[in-house]
Every structure is written in structure tokens, then in C-alpha cells.
Design a protein around this ligand. Structure first.
Ligand SMILES: N[C@@H](CCC(=O)N[C@@H](CS)C(=O)NCC(=O)O)C(=O)O
Length: 202
């Protein structure tokens, strides 16, 4: 049994999708960020950095805790034997695109959001720089989806699961500019486990 600590954010939802896809048994613990529950002592004992998602696998020793959504996806893929190839070349490609997301798209989008919407005084030059980088990253992502059905190759993988929740389904400009991304998004969105994962926690 896996304890799953989460809230309704991108990082939480990629793990929710993975748990639903694999069918691994889990117990949901909603850590409500809006109520500050991630800073309470009980949760800080699970993740001292006070952030979701986190899992605790009760089947390993006294309970193995894993944080960081990309690391959790790899852990659950290895536990279930699903969505991460074992063959070297295919595995390298899936990990390449998983980390493209974890280390390029996610931090750049977050920093751009902060500089555009939160920073006082505003930093338009820095925001423009990051917005251009996001454009370049999505161009790169769209080009890859023009070459393969899924982002890491011919098969659906943890790279698709990682990226899907970060795409805003209402961003018509994005889907207009990137037809391969639009095709891929529609395909992944049809999966029942993805639909369930995107509503967790309700
Ligand atoms: N790199 C981490 C990021 C985790 C993260 O920033 N989680 C956010 C929610 S999406 C959070 O818990 N924020 C609360 C805070 O920073 O106080 C991951 O991929 O899991």
C-alpha cells in the first residue's frame, strides 16, 4: 500500500495519473496547500521541504518515502514494471523527455509566471527572455511529437504522464501554434486513468 500526499496541482496530478494508470493500491491524503497543511509538523515529517507530492511505500522496510514528482514517477514505474522501458535506448529517450520537462519546462514556466504576475516591481526584460525560452521549448516539444506518437517514442510513458498536467487545455493559442502537441494532448486526454488522475484530489 502506498500513502499518497497531494493537492490539485501539476506536480500532484502527474503522480495521481501514474497511480491510476498502474493500478497500484494507494491511500490518498489531501494536503491542502490553501490551508497551509503542507507546513504542519505531521506533513513536514514526511517531506521536510513542505511540498507535495510525496509518497510513502508501506511495503518497503518501515515505509519508504519518495518526494520530487519525477523521482516518484520513476519509482512507481520500476515498482509496477510499466511506462518506463528497460531496454537502454528506449529508456534513455523516455528519461531525456522526462527531464526536459522537469528541468526545463517546469522551472521556466514557473519563473515566467512569477516575473509576469507576482514580481514587484515587474521585470519585463527578464519575463520576455523566459517567455522566448518557453516558446523555444514548446517548438522543440512539438517537433518531437511530429516524429513519434508519444514524446519518448512509440509508447506512452512516464514522460507523457509528467508533461500532460502542465499543458493548459484552454490555451487555444498554444494548440493553434503547435498542431503535433494538439494531436498528442487529445490522445492522452482520452485515457480513463488520465481523466481520473486529473480530478484527484477533488
Ligand atoms: N520539484 C518538485 C516541486 C514540488 C512543488 O513545488 N510543489 C508545490 C505544489 S505544485 C508545493 O508543494 N508548493 C508549496 C510551497 O512551496 O510552499 C516536484 O516535482 O515534486
Amino acid at each position: 500500500m502506498i500513502d499518497f500526499y497531494t493537492h490539485s496541482t501539476w506536480n500532484g496530478r502527474r503522480v495521481a495519473i501514474m497511480l491510476e494508470e498502474t493500478g497500484l493500491a494507494y491511500q490518498l491524503h489531501h494536503i491542502n496547500l490553501a490551508k497551509g497543511e503542507h507546513k504542519k509538523t505531521d506533513f513536514l515529517e514526511i517531506n521536510p521541504s513542505g511540498r507535495i507530492p510525496a509518497i510513502r511505500d508501506q511495503d518497503i522496510n518501515d515505509g519508504l518515502i519518495v518526494t520530487q514528482s519525477a523521482a516518484i514517477l520513476i519509482y512507481l514505474a520500476e515498482k509496477s514494471g510499466l511506462f518506463l522501458p528497460t531496454e537502454t535506448v528506449s529508456r534513455a529517450k523516455v528519461l531525456e523527455w522526462l527531464f526536459f520537462h522537469a528541468t526545463d519546462i517546469t522551472p521556466t514556466q514557473f519563473d515566467s509566471f512569477f516575473l509576469t504576475a507576482r514580481c514587484e516591481p515587474s521585470q519585463p526584460d527578464a519575463a520576455d527572455f523566459l517567455n522566448q525560452r518557453i516558446f523555444d521549448l514548446y517548438t522543440n516539444f512539438d517537433a518531437q511529437l511530429g516524429k513519434s506518437e508519444f514524446i519518448g517514442g512509440d509508447d506512452y510513458s512516464i514522460a507523457d504522464i509528467a508533461i500532460f498536467p502542465a499543458i493548459n487545455k484552454d490555451n487555444s493559442v498554444l494548440f493553434e501554434a503547435y498542431p503535433n502537441l494538439r494531436r498528442w494532448y487529445a490522445q492522452v486526454a482520452e485515457r480513463a486513468a488520465v481523466q481520473r488522475g486529473m480530478t484527484i484530489p477533488t
